[in-house]
Design a protein around this ligand. Structure first.
Ligand code: C2E
Ligand code: MG
Ligand code: MG
Length: 584
């Protein structure tokens, strides 16, 4: 189990980069020394071969070592030490031998940089012993010279060790000696950066049940003792590559590289069972390719919430309750295009006319009945189906509206919901461009609705996708504003054109003067930022009237029409089809 006192959670990627550079520099130094030394042919050839071996080592480590286990790095570093010793033995002159021996500094620095203090010190002692013996055996170097070199290597090793310890202090929780939140985030970023397509990773959040009572009744020292106990017990029980951190208060966070959700759940359950006195609730989530660190932790948090809600002292897997048949039925429906698209009108309040529609996915389980969109959208997100589902909705909706335009010459602006996960997929903007090109629907009449609380401010990928979509002419709306952790500052940072205020917010405006005042302020703020405001969930004429007085321009809700098949929505608009309808 990794503690951050020693930097054992350093990702293989960082180690591989540094070690490859050291091998490369060693090879170059070897070649220069060989070229400058006056040796017999055989010795010269062997020294050149050693340099070439160092170059090959650099290339191999650079290309492949990212996926290697930690023990393989010990092989690489030890081989470097042996290579240096042999080169020192063969180098004919004292000056060249000392320069060659000084390369042992690399071994010592790597030892302290990437391994524990104990392992680093082992490399220091072993490296010094080897290189001193080689220097003395070489025959041309005096003991004082060898000792002078030793002193330099020891000094550099010591400085490296203290710098590393100081840096890791900032990432360490002094009470438990585990990583703190910062160390955890760093370890997570490193792990995600090195994660291949098929690699598994799970995260867990552990929360101590009844910790407040311990603190309140037995005092803070007893509380600290419990926290240290949890840290020690779990550290001892977890596999070596796991990262355990104190995430704050009485909450611990855990990363389990290589484990899928159910294996991670089995592991945390077995550790909990081993220490029944340490009562914990645990939420586990498996990493879904494309999601950000924050999204993964949010899902682990949801699982933790379910574990607590189910009575504490439990371990739950996020989405673990998903029925496999339900998942495969949804997958089949998405593949077969059996997910239907309904449309709900978006009304311009002042003119009472329909400006556009929002596409809403509908799925009816054969023989069972309709499934709520919230349920199957979340299911699709957890099971890698959201990309295909979103693309199907986009293709179907734009296709239907393009066909309507061809028939009637009328265009309805189309809103389509997009999941934060889809936006994190780098290919998303290009896929949308291709769908629009295929159905002939203009980008400027397409609004992508992004739920602000689900979108990660930290997810550069998602924000980049929004910029790229807007550059194509697509309009961006922030959906469900006023729920979750909506933040006003995000209005400024997210590239958007429209703000959709959530129905839960609108529901209270006629009964709560404070809500109405808040809405007035939000509308003022959004308008000031150049955003159009759409009120969602408008159900009564009273709400509609109030919305107009606070300056809201657009509304959507049962008052204007429920989500329905396009033909029904259009029938309600009372259009008369012009005879000169353009062909697309
Ligand atoms: P949303 O984007 O906020 O969609 C508006 C929701 O409000 C819809 O729920 C709609 O049926 C409901 N609604 C409409 N009028 C009223 C009203 O007057 N009062 C109230 N209380 N509610 C009203 P629905 O269809 O159940 O969809 C729920 C959510 O599922 C949507 O919220 C959206 O976030 C998501 N969703 C639906 N279709 C898709 C899709 O194709 N892709 C993605 N990623 N998400 C979708
Ligand atoms: Mg929406
Ligand atoms: Mg909404």
């Amino acid at each position: 189990m990794s503690r951050l006192r020693s930097p054992e959670v350093v990702a293989p990627r960082a180690m591989a980069g540094t070690i490859a550079v050291f091998y490369l520099v060693g090879g170059l130094a070897g070649l220069l020394i060989t070229a400058g030394a006056d040796t017999d042919r055989t010795t010269g050839r062997v020294l050149a071969a050693l340099s070439v071996a160092a170059f090959v080592g650099a290339a191999v480590v650079h290309r492949w070592a990212r996926g290697w286990p930690r023990w393989a790095f010990h092989v690489v570093v030890t081989s470097a030490a042996v290579l240096i010793d042999v080169a020192v033995l063969l180098t004919p002159h004292s000056s060249s031998a000392v320069v060659t021996a000084s390369l042992m500094t690399f071994v010592v620095v790597v030892g302290y940089l990437f391994f524990s203090v104990v392992v680093g010190t082992a490399y220091l002692v072993g490296g010094l012993a080897g290189v001193t013996l080689a220097l003395l055996a070489q025959g041309d170097v005096t003991l004082p010279t060898a000792m002078a070199l030793q002193t330099v290597i020891v000094a550099l090793g010591t400085v490296t060790r203290s710098l590393v310890l100081r840096a890791s202090d900032a990432s360490r929780d002094p009470l438990t000696e585990l990583a703190n939140r910062r160390g955890f985030d760093q370890a997570m970023q490193d792990l995600l950066a090195g994660l291949g397509e098929d690699d598994r990773l799970s995260a867990a959040l552990l929360d101590l049940d009844g910790f407040k009572a311990v603190n309140d009744t037995l005092g803070h020292e007893a509380g600290d003792h419990v926290l240290r106990e949890v840290a020690a017990a779990w550290s001892a029980a977890l596999p070596p590559d796991a990262v355990l951190a104190r995430h704050g208060g009485d909450e611990f966070a855990l990363l389990l590289p290589g484990l899928g959700g159910s294996d991670a759940l089995a592991l945390v359950r077995s550790v909990c069972a081993r220490y029944p006195d340490l009562r914990l609730s645990v939420g586990v989530a498996q990493y879904v390719s494309g999601e950000s660190a924050a999204q993964l932790m949010r899902r682990a948090d949801q699982a933790l919430y379910s574990a607590k809600a189910a009575g504490r002292g439990r371990c739950e897997l996020e989405g673990g309750g998903d029925v496999p048949e339900l998942v495969s039925e949804l997958a089949a429906a998405v593949r077969a295009g059996d997910v239907q698209v309904y449309f709900q009108p978006v009304q311009q309040l002042a003119t009472d006319s329909v400006l556009g529609v929002e596409a809403l996915a509908r799925w009816t389980r054969p023989g069972v009945g309709p499934v709520s969109p919230e349920e199957f959208i979340a299911l699709a997100e957890r099971h890698h189906l959201i990309g295909a589902l979103g693309e199907h909705v986009m293709r179907s909706a734009t296709g239907q509206l393009a066909e309507l335009y061809a028939r009637t010459g009328r265009r309805l602006r189309l809103g389509v919901n997009v999941s934060g996960l889809e936006l994190c997929d780098p290919g998303y903007p290009e896929r949308m461009r291709a769908v629009l090109a295929e159905t002939g629907w203009p980008a400027s009449e397409t609004v992508l609705e992004v739920t602000e609380s689900l979108l990660d401010a930290e997810s550069a990928e998602a924000v980049r996708a929004l910029h790229s979509l807007r550059a194509q002419g697509i309009v961006v709306a922030i959906d469900d504003f006023g729920t979750g952790y909506s933040s006003l500052s995000r209005l400024d940072t997210l590239p958007a054109d429209i703000l959709k205020v959530d129905s839960s917010f609108i529901a209270a405006i006629t009964t709560s003067p404070r809500r109405a005042q808040l809405l007035r302020s939000i509308v003022g703020l959004a308008t000031g930022l150049g955003l159009d405001v759409v009120a969602e969930g408008v159900e009564t004429a009273e709400q509609a009237a109030l919305l107009e007085t606070v300056g809201c321009t657009f509304g959507q809700g049962w008052l204007y029409g429920p989500p329905a098949p396009l033909a029904e929505v259009v029938a309600g608009l009372g259009w008369t089809t012009p005879t000169n309808a353009p062909r697309p």
